[in-house]
Every structure is written in C-alpha cells, then in structure tokens.
Design a protein around this ligand. Structure first.
Ligand SMILES: [Zn+2]
Length: 129
C-alpha cells in the first residue's frame, strides 16, 4: 500500500490507487486478478458495476465504464498477457467510440470479437505471461 495521503471527515484513511493514482479509501480487500488497483479503488468500481447492472446504464453503453477502468489500470501489462490483451481491447473500443464515432452496439460487438479471438496475438503464443 502507498503512503497515507489524507483522511475523510470520518477518519477513514485515504491512499493513492496503485493503478490510476486516484485518492481512494485505504482498505484491505480483494482486487482484480491482473489489473493493478488498490482494494479501495476496486471496491468503488464494484459499486459502479452493481449500479450499472441494476439499470442506470443501457445495455449497450454498460461497457463504457469497463473500458475506462481497464485502461486506467494498465499496471502489469509488461509481464501479463491478459493485462496486455485487456488494455488493447478496451483502448480499441474507446477509440472506435470516441474517434471513429462507431455506434456503441457495433463497438461492443468488436470488443467481444477481439476478446474472443485475440488470444494468439498478445504474446501468449510464445508462452510468456
Ligand atoms: Zn484505481
């Protein structure tokens, strides 16, 4: 865990996330299997995912926050094929949406195809992880 950065009014310690450098609660808890994130950041993201699943986001745009979170937490990509693939897939989806103005449904389809077919193109054919 990084050095103490401050506290909330309730006395909760705050730290910088290892991935995005955002100021988050200092927690002990789970994190993603290969995205480098602090437990406090992962916990906030989990709440966002739960809200999205409950219907605040449309099914088509539901993946946008996943794309943003994944590219903001690229740590470990140098040594982990899954992380390299994740960053590439999510950056591509954001590029298609923001720079090429691809409709969200089409970007979602491309994201899905890349996730399904990219495993041989991200370094795993050499046996590196
Ligand atoms: Zn973070």
């Amino acid at each position: 865990m990084t050095a103490l950065q401050g506290t909330l009014g309730s006395g909760t310690a705050m730290v910088r996330c290892l991935g995005c450098n955002g100021l988050v609660q200092e927690l002990d808890g789970p994190t993603h299997a290969y995205m480098k994130a602090s437990p406090g950041c992962w916990a906030v993201y989990g709440k966002l995912v739960a809200r999205a699943a409950s219907g605040f986001a449309s099914p088509v745009t539901r993946w946008h926050h996943v794309d943003c979170y994944a590219v903001q937490h690229p740590g470990g990509a140098k040594h982990d094929r899954r992380q390299r693939q994740s960053v590439a897939v999510h950056l591509t989806a954001l590029c298609l949406l923001l720079e090429h103005h691809l409709p969200a449904g089409q970007a979602s389809a491309v994201r899905g195809r890349m996730s399904q077919t990219g495993s041989g193109r991200w370094g795993c054919q050499t046996g590196r992880t």
